[in-house]
Design a protein around this ligand. Structure first.
Ligand code: 2IT
Length: 449
């Protein structure tokens, strides 16, 4: 391997040995950049890679909140401003009990490349808290969000850093966070957050955008194989916002999502999650806070597989859309054995590096990486920022057309980047290279800091 590249990876492995998710993404991304680094010896003198793997800054803060019974609780909040070379830091907030600095940093690093791929002026950031929203009342969520924003508001802004939702943070949480920001700042700077409700500056299609974008990207992949999406079967994981969007768009195009999963297991619905009743039920399951997919099997009389994952079910397409490291080598082996042709990552880093390599090396399996596939979400967030700064609201058709165009461009850029460096049809390396190039150019142009 290129000596500079392997030195940077080695340093990250040693320095961040206690941050496994962060090391995992750095290793995956940097390894695929080898042909680019070989071609650009000037990057080493400017220590471009060493700077890219170090966040520009990262905050840790205390978040205290009062439960309904009057007791006080303390959580930790984080915001990582990973890379601002091409625009204000942009990325979601994740509220989940096992969130830690490694997870926030891996997400921030991925976000930097993803945001670059959108072609829009957004840098990479991520944040969150080790707060468990499960079972919390609405008033508790509101107090938590208010306290969280009290700690964060000085460090964000429409031209500084623009948080959004991620797991555990949806339109309700964004509403409470924005309310507190507005109260503290005394200005209507709604470009400070995205994923807002329509009544105060949200964008049409933002709730659907990640799922819709993933399906638009998938259509490009299928087209390359002279196939169409109609009649395809899809295995999804999770039952959150992203999976909901995939179900909706897939159903509209005549395909069907046949599996959903949760921490309790997975369901198999041979007729597909295709009717409005079933698709809307996903929203109900999420807002119930029960975090169980078994409820779907009871409601619609389909099979439930406790404690199992849907990897190995016979489908045309797998779309892991739940969380990081959901698919391990043993699952990847089952996926290949089941004859799945398309492995389309959706959640951020849903595949271990070992499993990803196995899938990419398997004959007849086409692999697409999450940082390209799920980029429609943040791209639509950037469109929301554009609407906020114009003080305008675009129509559903306008936003959807731009989203589709962006996804087509991300696909085409990835194909082109891999080909340019002699890697053939490699969507994974292509996305890493295309995402890298824009950030690299901006960092080289702006001098060393
Ligand atoms: O992972 C992601 O891209 C997100 N959670 C969305 C980020 C955003 O700023 O919309």
């Amino acid at each position: 391997m290129n000596a500079y590249l392997s030195r940077v990876i080695g340093e990250v492995k040693t320095k961040y040995a206690n941050e496994p998710e962060f090391v995992q993404t750095v290793e995956e991304v940097l390894t695929s950049l080898e042909p680019v680094i070989e071609k650009h010896p000037e990057y080493e003198n400017a220590d471009l890679l060493g700077r890219m793997v170090e966040p520009e800054r990262m905050f840790t803060f205390r978040v205290c909140w009062m439960a309904d019974d009057g007791s006080w609780h303390t959580n930790t909040g984080w915001r990582c401003q990973f890379n601002g070379a091409i625009g204000p830091y942009k990325g979601g907030l994740r509220f989940q009990k096992d969130v830690n600095p490694s997870i926030i940093k891996f997400l921030g690093f991925e976000q930097t490349f993803k945001n670059s791929l959108t072609g829009l002026p957004i840098g990479g950031g991520k944040g969150g808290a080790d707060f468990d929203p499960a079972g919390k009342s609405d008033a508790e969520i509101m107090r938590f969000c208010q306290s969280y924003m009290q700690a964060l508001y000085r460090y964000i802004g429409p031209d500084i850093d623009v948080p959004a939702g991620d797991m555990g943070v949806g339109a309700r949480e964004i509403g409470y966070l924005y309310g507190e920001y507005r109260r503290l700042k005394g200005t209507f700077e709604n470009g400070v957050l995205t994923g807002k409700g329509l009544s105060y500056g949200g964008s049409r299609i933002r709730p659907e955008a990640t799922g819709y974008g993933a399906v638009y990207y998938l259509e490009n992949v299928l087209k390359h194989e002279n196939e169409v999406i109609a009649d395809k079967t899809i295995a999804c994981a999770g039952f959150g916002n992203v999976t909901w969007g995939i179900c909706k768009k897939a159903a509209e195009l005549g395909a069907k999502v046949v599996t959903l999963s949760g921490p309790d297991g997975y369901i198999y619905d041979p007729d597909g999650v295709t009717t409005p009743e079933k698709i809307n039920y996903l929203l109900e399951m999420r807002s119930s806070g029960r975090n169980r997919v078994q409820d779907y099997s009871e409601k619609f009389g389909v099979e439930f597989f406790p404690k199992e994952k849907p990897w190995g079910v016979k489908v045309d397409i797998c779309m892991p859309s739940a969380m990081q490291n959901d698919v391990h080598l043993e699952h990847a082996e089952k996926i290949v054995k089941a004859g799945v042709k398309y492995y389309i990552e959706v959640a951020n880093m849903p595949t271990t590096n070992e499993a990803l390599k196995f899938l990419m090396d398997s004959d007849g399996v086409i692999v697409a990486p999450s940082k390209a596939v799920n980029a429609g979400g943040v791209a639509t967030s950037a469109l929301e920022m554009a609407q906020n700064s114009e003080r305008l609201v675009w129509s559903e058709e306008q936003v959807d057309a731009q989203l589709r165009q962006i996804m087509n461009t991300i696909y085409a850029m990835s194909v082109e980047a891999a080909e340019k460096y002699g890697l053939g049809y490699n969507l994974v390396a292509g996305a890493n290279i295309a995402g890298f190039q824009r950030v690299a150019d901006a960092m080289m142009a702006q001098g060393v800091f």
